[in-house]
Design a protein around this ligand. Structure first.
Ligand code: GRF
Length: 196
């Protein structure tokens, strides 16, 4: 039997994707162990979700003006938990090489590869579909090898159904439901690549 893939999950907000990972681990669906949840926002509800499951939490607020100073502190903090993999699950801060060169990192992003980047991509995808600019919309998990924004080798992607009669709220709900499955699948894929 192989060891579970050890994870550091980085969050900034609600943490519904973190919850999906916690639940998949608890039910035995995912052979992984969350060593730590790190937030850059002290009020992130994700921290409560982690604490309720007995997972260590850390908060590292971004008061530094220099990104590399912050990222060096983050790298040191995450390294102290020695994870196999870092999962960005609703982490809203750009990371530099100072952090990225020290860990294997994947990011969950609510747009298909090579479509939309940055914040508000559920809305951007929805609007682009409604105006006919794109024919398909969806989500992805990708590696974060460098400082490219929401860009990197794709681990898994999924088209999320959308029709012209759907509201943005309908689409957003479907995106989140799909994300909760895809993040688990992506961790399983990367975990078995890393640990065999
Ligand atoms: C998700 O839509 C994710 O794709 C994006 O931020 C959102 C986080 O949601 N990067 P949650 O905090 O996991 O509920």
């Amino acid at each position: 039997m192989t060891e579970p893939c050890t994870l550091a999950v980085l969050v900034s907000g609600n943490g519904s994707n973190l919850q999906a990972v916690i639940d998949a681990v608890a039910s035995g669906l995912l052979d992984a162990k969350i060593e730590v949840v790190v937030s850059n926002k002290p009020a992130a509800y994700a921290l409560e979700r982690a604490a309720l499951s007995g997972i260590p939490t850390e908060v590292l607020e971004a008061s530094e003006t220099d990104r590399s100073v912050y990222d060096a502190k983050l790298a040191e903090l995450v390294a102290s938990y020695d994870p196999d993999l870092v999962v960005l699950a609703g982490w809203n801060r750009l990371l530099t090489q100072t952090f990225l060169s020290s860990q294997i990192v994947i990011n969950l992003h609510p747009a298909l590869p090579e479509t939309f980047a940055g914040l508000g991509c559920i809305e951007k995808s929805y609007d682009a579909f409604q105006t006919g600019e794109v024919a398909e919309v969806g989500i992805m998990v990708h590696y974060v090898p460098d400082e490219g924004v929401d860009d990197g080798p794709v681990v898994a992607s999924q088209i999320v159904p959308l029709s012209t009669s759907d509201s943005l709220q309908d689409y957003a709900a479907r995106v989140h439901e799909a994300e909760h499955q895809l993040i688990v699948k992506a961790i399983e894929t990367v975990g078995s690549e890393l640990l065999g």
